[in-house]
Write a protein that binds this ligand. Sequence first.
Ligand code: NOJ
Length: 684
Amino acid sequence: MNMWLRCRTLAFTLGVTGAMLNVATPAVAQDPHRVLSPDGRNEVTAEIRGGRFYYSLQRDGRAVVEPSRLGFEFRGKPPLGEDLRVVSTARNTVDETWSQPWGEVREVRDHHNELRISLVEGAAPGRQLVVVFRVFNDGIGFRYELPEQPDLREFEITEELTEFVMADDARAWWIPAFQPNRYEYLYRASPVSTLDTVHTPLTMEFRDGLHVVIHEAHLVDYAGMTLIGGREQNRTLRAYLAPWNDGVKVRGRTPFATPWRTIQLADQAADLAPSVLGLNLNPPNVLDDVSWIRPMEYVGIWWGMHIRTMTWSSGPQHGATTENTKRYIDFAAENGFGGVLVEGWNIGWDGNWFENGDVFSFTESYPDYDMPALAAYAQERNVGLIGHNETSMGIENYERQLEDAFRLYQELGIEAVKTGYVGDETPEGHAHHGQYMVRHWKTVIESAARHGIMINAHEPIKDTGERRTYPNMLTREGARGQEYNAWAGDGGNPPEHETILFFTRMLAGPMDFTPGVFDILIESETGMPRTPQQSRLRTTLAKQLALYVVLYSPLQMAADLPKNYVNQPAFQFIRDVAVDWEDTRVLAGKIGDYVVVARQERDGEDWYLGAITDEEERTFDIPLWFLPEGRSYVAEVYADGPGARWLHNPFPVEVSSRPVDARSHLTLHLAAGGGQAVRIRPAN
Ligand code: NOJ
């Protein structure tokens, strides 16, 4: 049964697909065309100036994006974007609410006004171009459509001319694009006018407090978009697409539609999340049955490799042995975790695995790993094995084996696979997030769906909302995660890191950050305390707990070695915390400083609260207004203990509980680099 329950909520009902109003106007006037958001606050203006097509965006009558050019350049064809004329416009309104099978919130309202503008070139060959704008209360999306036409059949885009002329030299939180480690960099903040080439989501704060995020949605057969700034063009950001190995950006044939370019708007940082703009711009779920898709917590043979006490490769320290995996399965079963990730189980890890893209087998195990027996052992204990497919960007090798591998996993009852794409381009030279890889990405998701497999992708292409259409695309990495604390060599992620991720990377979608490392100094195995300059976690232990609530992922790892959870009262929070949410409320937040978020468990009555801070100690007074009136709850609090702070004393956690209800306030004391996690459960 399709669980994406659609309910129509408002007027203008036309047909079965939701509430719509379609009005085609025979407009030939070359005056500006305008379209407002349903609340009237956001306004897009589209107009021809000197034969070129421009859009601009205002909120409450003040400029957000100044007139910005749209168009394309092609290989072997004249550019499309000169001598344009509007031939017709059409308007449409949608107001419908749809349900997510899993997510940060259950119900999502899609309420927008649409303006389609059909353009034609004045000069021969007179090619046609359509630009569609959708204006929501939380931002806008626009995309290009190239209709089927005699003078534009097959094409190769060499440049997308989309501009974003920011009305303010806003402060932007950015990571650099086209670097070896893909999206895995520490965010830096600087004015738009100083940016070089950066990834999206790009979050900006205007000087009057408006928050603006440029990103994209529904990237399925196109190149990933980065943004080229500012240095010379000042406040102008331009789309810059990741290339094929011959420099072409996108290959296609008409009819063709690009991904949506999105501009999310919020009056304050806390209003940015949860972000549903991109989800609303993706097509609905195409999977008939989603009952097999289950968010869960998992453990794994993983951290040991990152702290170098186990190996992926065969040999005396091989992590993925049958015995070791059984221990992890037992641990998962005892603690109610749904899955066990096993890395290094398959042939191909020996030598320098970064270079083994054409060597990996995705069906053959090392001799000391009995996959069928382990899959059965896990199933008997109500635990699932999570298979691991590191490709090292050897895409052809992976695609050759994909169907066989996924069929095998399905036969064994392995319902989740973690994919990996270490590398910044394929051996043939296609960019990590260019069209070649975007197509591969879709191939994997579709094949996985056919075989009942959930995907957790590492070194992914950024999230552009595919999970709406394919809910088996559960989570991904795509930022500096916990693993950098094991080996980055730059001290690890700084205390502010996750308070930035929440307002940047996480606006795109869930992240497999892998929280929950209790051995903060990473010394238990090696017996060698690390100095703060070496890699270690730069958080308190309580902050590790809070990350389960703050950093959303439907697959959430308890990343540490099982033995580090033994006799730890704080582990109870990880056992209890939910992974699927009815609702999410951001209670406080400032980019790079702090986040306080409350989430209501789906199909349950608990609420969970997570609060994190940067290197500053902070206190919050949090009224629990979000609880239902008249009900009694118990707050189980995991707070930074006396004297805790990330640098010299990260371990103390104070566990306490107290009765609360909708009128109570919680006072949260967060240590420097600290956090607090609270389970709020009904009182019996
Ligand atoms: C990088 C991934 O992020 C990490 O989780 C994985 O263990 C290694 N690649 C090996 O695939």
